[in-house]
Design a protein around this ligand. Sequence first.
Ligand SMILES: O=C(O)CCC(=O)C(=O)O
Length: 201
Amino acid sequence: MSLPEIIELTPGQLSYWPEWLAEHQANRLFDLLLDKVKWRQDVITIFGKTHSIPRLQAWFGDPGTQYQYSGMVLEPSPWPDILKPLRDRVSSEAGEPFNSVLVNLYRTGSDSNGWHADNEPELGKSPVIASLSLGAVRRFRLRNISDKTRTMTLDLPSGSLLVMGKGVQENWHHQLAKTSRDVGPRINLTFRRIIKQPPGA
Ligand SMILES: O=C(O)CCC(=O)C(=O)O
């Protein structure tokens, strides 16, 4: 384990390891996930109209870790062998016993993830989220919820680990914007801890 860079957001804190995985490890994991994950094109419904979300995704976790966001209900697929040691390492780095992971595939610069916080009820009151990036470098931004002029930008390289600590989801939104740059695919894994079932589950 190496020491992270600490980025104070006030309120909230990021812990950042720009080179958490060596290049060859990150490349191997990227290739395996790209090939082996059963990627889903999920849709969301806004004002009665359905839209494909601008990325592919997959949800893995312990039994019972159902996750709902933007009207989607994600049932966990069992942990693939390749992700189990990674989950354990990320958990010990972040000091949080993660029991699930959302895996996103951004196929090109047109794929994205809009402003949001990971604040669903099943994550509990002050969740810790750990985000591992693989593949193309993409720009990750945070924006304070009550003062939108306060922003923070990180260009996340392959193999980097970013832990959003307690207080971040309550006070900051984050996004992965589209880019017109000609970028290759990127995979991002956000490890989460589901602590209770969502309402109505
Ligand atoms: O792709 C990223 O870096 C961010 C992913 C994200 O915001 C999410 O899964 O909630």
